[in-house]
Design a protein around this ligand. Structure first.
Ligand code: FES
Length: 170
């Protein structure tokens, strides 16, 4: 089940109601910590600190254990990500096939940088990743888990413009 596009609940009560549901779904089993955190991240787009503390209490685990798992796996994010997550592969094959100009173009368009990965309106996050396992399609761009191969900076910008236009309509 994917709730990746579900907006994070607005109120603190709603926030904890959602995590309570997730915990109940996993039988509040401490051995299920990783899948619990994965689902929490899908729901909130990141792992809010207060929610991790709540998970620790509910599973009767030390907060340091939950935080340790959250920081160990690069998949987990401790700061909010945008609604649309753009991952640009900068593995060797993609780098050779000019991934950097794509990254530069996207960052320029969205006003982002190495240090600032998410737009102020929380719509877009740009990350670089190492090999996505699709080197034959290099350079590879992943937008919301959808693979786009052999992209040019112009095509990448067009994809972003399409998403921005959809957002402007909604
Ligand atoms: S290096 Fe980019 S997919 Fe392998």
């Amino acid at each position: 089940m994917s709730t990746a596009c579900a907006p994070a609940p607005a109120t603190p009560q709603a926030k904890f109601a959602r995590v309570t549901e997730i915990l109940d779904h996993h039988g509040r089993d401490p051995a299920r910590l990783v899948p619990i955190l994965q689902q929490v991240q899908e729901a909130y787009r990141f792992l809010p600190q207060e929610v991790m503390a709540y998970v620790a209490t509910a599973l009767d685990l030390p907060p340091s254990k939950v935080f340790g798992v959250a920081t160990f796996y690069s998949h987990f994010a401790l700061t909010p990500k945008g609604k649309h997550v753009i991952k640009l592969c900068d593995g060797t094959a993609c780098h050779v096939k000019e991934s950097v100009p794509i990254l530069d173009a996207l960052r320029r368009r969205l006003g982002l940088s190495e240090a600032k990965k998410t737009t102020d309106d929380q719509l877009f996050t740009i990350e670089t990743v190492s090999c996505l396992g699709a080197c034959g399609l290099a350079p590879v761009l992943l937008i919301n888990e959808e693979v786009h191969g052999q992209v040019t900076p112009q095509q990448a910008l067009k994809l972003i413009e399409g998403l921005a236009a959809e957002e402007a309509k909604s």
